[in-house]
Design a binder for this molecule. Structure first.
Ligand SMILES: Nc1ncnc2c1ncn2[C@@H]1O[C@H](COP(=O)(O)OP(=O)(O)O)[C@@H](O)[C@H]1O
Ligand SMILES: [Mg+2]
Length: 256
């Protein structure tokens, strides 16, 4: 699909394939993420969405293909250089992955604090300035991740990802398991995080309402590959059986 915003490519995935023990999970994946664009990746559970994201950030290596971030080839890149590039991304994993031994505020400001040598007071204020938009109050800042609920942990992980305004955001199911109100707060934050810094985002999600709120472009992964792509509007009108099933199963109200 053509890029309506501008032509700067932030992430480019070309001919990416990945198998585990001879089982092909991803086969010949191709897409681009442009500057200022918010991309949603949808697909059934087990279709390879998280594997794709893990390949992009180098937690897994593809068997074939290329992954470029800001024009830098990530596949087989020297670890130290790769880590530097990854430090500029805001990432959340499907299962939280907070640092258990750090208080929530320390988790949130982790990257920024190392870079900018903030005082504890300023760092905590920065953490608060983010979580207040996520329906969390300051009480949780001094607690440890194990002392707050799963939904709160998820929001702390999102606060950590967007702290410091990274220009590239990658979210794996940021709203799953959250109530609809919190989910919509998170969608707003993702959208404004992309808009404010002119950044780009990839969000993996099951939630069609979320897709419609945050995405400029949607790609569907099915049978190891990208079987459909388009705008949320096109998605709602699509005849693609998989897309229709998705919409029906997640938000019947959208399926009118
Ligand atoms: N590290 C791994 N080793 C072996 N198989 C894996 C590994 N990670 C994921 N898989 C398999 O790859 C497939 C896609 O997984 P995943 O990307 O997590 O799906 P989802 O689309 O739900 O995020 C699943 O069948 C999963 O079992
Ligand atoms: Mg997943």
């Amino acid at each position: 699909m053509e890029n309506k915003l501008n032509n700067k490519t932030i992430i480019e995935v070309t001919n990416l394939s990945k198998s585990f023990n001879q089982t092909m999970v991803l086969n010949d994946i191709n897409f681009k993420l442009f500057e200022g664009e918010s991309l949603a990746i949808i697909g059934a559970s087990g279709s390879g969405k998280s594997v794709l994201l893990k390949n992009i950030i180098g937690l897994l290596s593809p068997d074939k293909g290329s992954i470029k971030i800001n024009n830098e080839e990530m596949v087989n890149l020297k670890r130290s250089i790769k880590e530097k590039i990854l430090l500029d991304l805001g990432i959340t994993f499907q299962h939280g992955a907070l640092f258990d031994s750090l208080q929530n505020w320390e988790n949130i400001v982790f990257k920024v604090r190392n870079k900018e040598k903030l005082s504890n007071k300023n760092a905590k204020e920065l953490a608060f300035s983010i979580i207040k938009h996520l329906g969390l109050n300051s009480d949780i800042l001094d607690l440890y991740p194990s002392e707050i609920s799963g939904g709160m942990q998820k929001r702390v992980a999102i606060a950590r990802a967007i702290c410091g305004n990274p220009k590239v955001l990658l979210f794996d199911e940021p709203t799953s398991g959250l109530d609809p109100v919190t989910g919509s707060l998170i969608d707003k934050l993702i959208k404004s995080a992309v808009k404010t810094v002119g950044g780009s985002a990839i969000t993996i999600t099951h939630d069609m309402a979320s897709v419609c709120r945050i995405a400029d472009k949607v790609i569907l992964i099915d049978k190891q590959t990208i079987s459909w792509s388009g705008t949320p509007k096109e998605m709602l009108k699509s005849d693609n059986a998989k897309i229709k099933d998705f919409i029906k199963s997640t938000n019947p109200k959208l399926f009118i």
